[in-house]
Design a binder for this molecule. Structure first.
Ligand SMILES: NC(=O)c1ccc[n+]([C@@H]2O[C@H](COP(=O)([O-])OP(=O)(O)OC[C@H]3O[C@@H](n4cnc5c(N)ncnc54)[C@H](OP(=O)(O)O)[C@@H]3O)[C@@H](O)[C@H]2O)c1
Length: 348
């Protein structure tokens, strides 16, 4: 444990990290986003109450960035936690709150009301960031099987995505959100969006962990002034059963990760989080365990991995996508790869 970084937090007696010491990413607007956030998706087995408690606990140890989404169905509980933090003395400007537009709210008339619902649930009067959660307007019932297909499901249609994006731009114009961004986008889709966006995406949230490094996309977004946010940075060991396939590999059991962890005296999860942050991404690990979320924060603030460790981790990419998105497919005879434009062409 990096004991030099353990400070007394001003709002509680918990040991933690001074939020001022947490590295920041400077976005294209000049705003500075904490370079680690707490994920809030309970993977169907962690309750909203536990996650809200983790938000309070994580803030007490120095987190200021929280990654939310309406589809996580806990924004109202998180909102109560945020209210408690703000009334307890954390200035609103110190918090970085992201939410996401769900796939059934892409149509022009639905975007702003959906945003306002998240804003009300989160008990805030502006958000720091609002993302289009997936580039497909395809709805599926919560918890459904991966073979489930909506009869209304469609491929990516750029003209329609731009109609959604214009509404996000309007939210910026209205002063309701400071930044807008994308999630689960590919290079071909971003190449269409970038020239058409009046307000460019500040971030792209993408699956990223040592076994899915997505180096080409990572470099593309950074070259275009977009900050990469690494979701499932630990390899989502608690993800729902429906999101598992026999081919999936386990980052935290990789001998390279486990070996570095053993040498440093940390859990392999912390090595994954450190790697993401040191690589230049903003990891958003989920945890409701105080020891774990503090260890992850210390991982990003503490001493860097050696160049040899970074090189060893660069060598273990297995291109193993865990969040495949099968439920967003629009035809029966497709495979999940069709969502990800692997040959550089957007599938229709
Ligand atoms: N944009 C998108 O489409 C999208 C998709 C997926 C996820 N996300 C976001 O990314 C966040 C993180 O992804 P994720 O939840 O899939 O998975 P993750 O962060 O890779 O893994 C979370 C799991 O790791 C465990 N863990 C965390 N820190 C640990 C530590 N230091 N030692 C041991 N175990 C540890 C947690 O258990 P404990 O609670 O017991 O610590 C939890 O089971 C989500 O919560 C969500 O906010 C976004």
């Amino acid at each position: 444990m990096e004991s030099g970084l353990i400070l007394m937090n001003t709002i509680s007696t918990h040991p933690g990290v001074d939020p001022a010491l947490v590295p920041k990413r400077t976005l294209h607007t000049g705003a500075r986003m904490p370079a680690i956030g707490l994920g809030t998706f309970g993977s169907d087995h962690v309750t909203a109450a536990e996650i809200a408690a983790a938000v309070i606990g994580a803030a007490a140890v120095g987190y200021r960035h929280f990654d939310c989404a309406s589809v996580y169905r806990n924004e109202d509980r998180i909102g109560a936690a945020l209210r408690e933090l703000i009334t307890g003395g954390i200035p609103r400007e110190q918090l970085w709150i992201t939410s996401k537009l769900w796939n059934d709210k892409h149509s022009e008339a639905d975007v702003i009301p959906a945003f306002r619902q998240s804003l009300a649930d989160l008990q805030l009067d502006y958000l720091d960031m609002y993302l289009v959660h997936w580039p497909f307007p395809n709805f599926h019932p919560p918890g459904c099987d991966v073979s489930s297909r909506s009869p209304d499901a469609r491929p990516y249609i750029h003209e329609n995505y731009m109609k959604t994006w214009r509404q996000l731009e309007k939210l910026v114009d209205l002063g309701l959100v400071r930044h807008i961004g994308t999630s689960n986008m590919t290079i071909p889709k971003l190449k269409l969006l970038l020239p058409d966006a009046r307000i460019k995406p500040a971030v792209n949230e993408m699956e990223m962990h040592p076994h899915l490094q997505q180096t080409e996309l990572f470099e593309f977004v950074r070259a275009n002034g977009i900050e990469p946010i690494a979701y499932s940075p630990i390899g989502s060991p608690g993800r729902p059963e429906r999101d598992r396939t026999p081919e999936d590999t386990v980052d935290i059991e990789d001998p390279v990760i486990a070996g570095i962890a053993q040498r440093l005296g940390v859990h392999p999860a912390v090595v994954c989080v450190k790697w993401a942050g040191q690589r230049g991404a903003t990891p958003i690990p989920f945890s409701v365990n105080p020891r774990n979320y503090l260890a992850n924060l210390l991982g990003v603030v503490g001493p860097p991995l050696s160049e040899a460790d970074m090189a060893a981790i660069a060598g273990i990419d297995k291109n193993c996508r865990l969040i495949k998105g099968q439920v967003f497919l629009w035809k029966q005879d497709q495979t999940w790869e069709d969502l990800w434009d692997l040959d550089g062409v957007i599938k229709q």
